[in-house]
Design a protein around this ligand. Structure first.
Ligand code: LMR
Length: 399
């Protein structure tokens, strides 16, 4: 029945992560996927998460269906984390928020909403992008395009080119933006640049869709949400997908949120209804366990404070790894500018390594980096960073 189907080429991130696990190199390093590992190379179970889970296990509750929009205490916690406790838009009831299946689920539900509301609109995605952005929006029937973002010459932002593209977009075009920790480049906009972008989005009547999968991994939980809050304060209508996969280390629980900032409370009610209808027809409702775990951490003052400390420790460890790589590479490769390791931030760094370099890193040294040259920084730790910089020096010297 299905023999005529095309072979799935595999996912560039999950596929290489699988290949890493099959490799037997004794010093192999996994820099493929956006997972946070601690300095011992383990995916942490945060103590705040474990505390809530102990409570849930000691007094088991019926695993009933959650409402289509998700758990109420989860949704309000998402609004506080994303928009800030003092958000005017939230206080005015203008934000429709649902619990979603991770950030990916939020993007899919948002894509379906936008395609139904604006069937003629295309989406503009940063170049380079997280590949799944194309798959999710294309799969939802939204025509996909790209806007310039990264400048390989400076390993920084191509801001002028980005702005001139945005200025030329038809009104009601959708623009996908990363408020922090851009995936895959680690190159973010400054606050002044956000101000300019917000000006153009507003003047041109564009529809911003913010994908915030790494809140807290760049500069801090509030600082990383600057673009979201500035956009809300500027009075724009927009969508935000957020994820707790990385910052609460609950990847497989599929915990995210989709928030749609509207012009009025009545409009937010309409949007919430449509979001519920979309969820119902795809998967009916969000997971009970993950919802209660996240809500349990975020709504308890002590656990919340403990969580923020844990996120700060993750951020500081990644920043320390960046410093070590910069120092070691600068010493081992005097002519090579490794400054991008410390200028870029968050979980990813864009190396600009060629396919030949990447294959040699895998084959000679067991160092796995995806084909775009994106390094997932948390795969580095004090025990393996030297092997990584030796491997980099080897391939850059010999190829
Ligand atoms: C990544 O970019 O590596 C992560 O966001 C994991 C994923 O879903 O691709």
């Amino acid at each position: 029945m299905f023999e005529h189907l095309q072979q799935y080429a595999g996912d560039p991130i999950f596929g290489l992560n699988d290949a890493f696990h099959r490799n037997t190199h004794p010093q192999k390093i996994n820099l493929t996927i956006g997972l946070y590992y601690d300095d011992d190379g383990r995916i942490p179970v945060l103590s705040s998460v474990a505390a809530v889970e102990r409570g849930l296990a000691s007094d088991p509750a019926p695993r009933t269906y959650l409402p289509m929009e998700g758990l109420a205490s989860y949704r309000s916690a998402v609004q506080r984390v994303v928009f800030g406790a003092g958000s005017e838009a939230v206080a005015q009831g203008r934000v429709a928020t649902i619990q979603t299946l991770g950030g990916t689920g939020a993007l899919k539900v948002g894509a379906d909403l936008l395609h139904a509301a604006y069937p003629e609109s295309g989406i503009w995605i940063s170049d380079p992008a997280w590949d799944n952005h194309y798959a999710i929006f294309g799969g939802a029937g939204v025509p996909t395009h790209s806007y310039p973002y990264y400048d390989p010459a400076t390993k920084g932002l191509a801001f002028d080119a980005m702005m001139s593209c945005l200025r030329g977009l038809p009104s009601r075009s959708i623009v996908l933006l990363h408020p922090c920790c851009h995936n895959p480049t680690g190159v973010d906009l400054s606050r002044d640049q956000w101000r300019e972008v917000i000006g153009v989005l507003s003047e041109r009547g564009l529809i911003p869709f913010l994908d915030m999968a790494y809140q807290g991994m760049g500069e801090g939980m509030d600082d990383d949400a600057h673009a979201v809050r500035a956009m809300a304060e500027a009075g724009l209508s927009f969508l935000v997908a957020n994820s707790f996969s990385k910052n609460l280390s609950v990847y497989g629980e599929r915990c995210g949120g989709l928030s749609v900032v509207c012009g009025s409370e009545a409009e937010a009610e309409l949007v919430l209804g449509q979001l519920k209808a979309i969820v119902r027809r795809i998967y009916s409702s969000a997971p009970w366990h993950g919802g209660h775990v996240v809500a349990g951490v975020l709504n308890d003052e002590n656990l919340h404070a403990q969580w923020l400390e844990d996120v700060a420790a993750m951020r500081e460890r990644m920043s320390w790894m960046r410093t070590l790589v910069h120092e070691q590479l600068s010493a081992k490769l005097p002519g090579y500018d490794a400054g991008y390791f410390v200028r870029q931030q968050g979980m990813f760094t864009y190396t600009g390594l060629s396919r030949e370099h990447l294959l040699a890193l895998r084959e000679r040294h067991g160092v796995y980096i995806i084909d775009s040259g994106r390094v997932a920084v948390p795969g580095l730790n004090t025990a393996n960073v030297e092997h990584f910089t030796n491997a980099m020096a080897d391939v850059l010297n010999t190829l």
